[in-house]
Design a protein around this ligand. Structure first.
Ligand code: CA
Ligand code: CA
Length: 347
């Protein structure tokens, strides 16, 4: 037992050494050598380190772009709306943006993909470090409900659950065994950014995300048009019924759906609205100039990051934010059971 323990410890030390050596090789400005712990490797304060990833040589990245991403050509696009539903969210005004060409993932990042990242790098998410994350109460087992005595003020359906993490989305008595093709959740902005960096990608800016969401259409509410359920076909995984007590699951899903469900626009994007909220690169502000901007990246600092697209918990009467112009925010260390991401890359 003792021998095994020391062998195990040595493996961890060797693993860390390998990660940092590779990181330093790939990015001279990286400060991985300062402290040998996993979080330092991806610490935004210390500068992100690109960990060597043999999976992504030039050939496999070409394949990745061809199979899993869509290229949006450089051009002038519109974002925002002059008919905001939530004025205080800063949904308006409608404004022009000039964007360089970029690729965006067609799918939200899945548990399977995130598991590969964790297996390769030993990354620990912030939810795992903090020891808890926010879970929608309606998804908890009765056993879990019985041991929880805290809720979030004003939104009591959100509860902090000990040991809730990407591998245990509803706490210690849950797992992702049959959800490997579902979006990874309980990932903070820092976690999402670390994953995209590891993939040699990055998080999309809010402008890029919204242009991708609109799928070439102008002034429409949703990626596919203005009608929520065209031809009686559900186009997104949101909430049907009376929130938060009755979920009729008319779209087929009580919680998350596989990332490959719900093709939503002409760019071939799935679940860009609904399923899980998606982190973007930008810091949150609510006042926007109506002037045309080129490759806008938002303010240089802030307290919250912008998230887009709404989730399986959104209902028109409560959270009509599964629209391309809609937006919300969280601190970059926040994680929840309805918050994930997809990555982008400059063309
Ligand atoms: Ca649903
Ligand atoms: Ca989504």
């Amino acid at each position: 037992m003792t021998l095994f323990y020391y062998f195990y410890k040595m493996q961890i030390i060797i693993g860390f050494y390998y990660l940092c050596v590779n990181a330093i090789k790939n990015n001279d400005s990286c400060q991985c050598g300062n402290k040998l712990n996993r979080q330092t490797i991806f610490n935004p304060q210390a500068g992100y380190c690109v960990v060597d990833n043999s999976k992504f040589d030039a050939i496999s990245m070409k394949e990745e772009k061809a199979k899993k991403m869509f290229k949006i050509n450089a051009g002038t696009y519109s974002i925002g709306t002059n008919n905001p539903v939530f004025i205080a969210d800063g949904e308006g005004p409608k404004r022009e943006v000039i964007l360089d060409s970029f690729y965006i993932d067609k799918f939200e990042v899945s548990n399977e993909e995130f598991a590969t990242f964790v297996k390769t790098t030993g990354y620990i998410t912030e939810a795992e470090s903090f020891g808890d994350s926010f879970v929608f109460e309606g998804l908890l087992t009765q056993n879990m409900k019985d041991i929880i005595n805290e809720t979030v003020v004003q939104t009591p359906w959100w509860v902090p659950v000990k040991q809730a993490s990407w591998q245990h989305p509803e706490g210690s008595d849950s797992n992702i065994t049959y959800r490997m093709d579902h979006p990874v959740v309980h990932v903070s902005w820092h976690d999402a950014n670390a994953y995209c960096n590891w993939m040699r990608k990055r998080l999309p800016t809010e402008a890029e995300w919204e242009v991708a969401c609109r799928g070439g259409l102008s002034d429409r509410l949703y990626p596919w048009g203005n009608k929520l359920i065209p031809n009686n076909q559900h186009k997104a995984n949101i909430w049907q019924g009376s929130f938060p007590t009755e979920n009729t699951e008319e779209d087929g899903y009580k919680g998350t759906s596989p990332v490959t469900m719900f093709l939503q626009n002409k760019y071939g994007l799935h679940n860009i609205v609904g399923n899980v909220w998606e982190w973007t690169a930008d810091w949150w502000i609510t006042k926007h100039s109506s002037d045309q901007q080129t490759n806008p990246i938002g303010p240089s600092s802030g307290n919250n990051k912008v998230k887009k697209g709404g989730s399986y918990l959104c209902h028109k009467n409560y959270c009509h934010r599964y629209r391309c112009a809609a937006r919300s925010q969280n601190t970059p260390d926040t994680s929840a059971g309805n918050l994930g991401f997809r990555c982008a890359i400059s063309a």
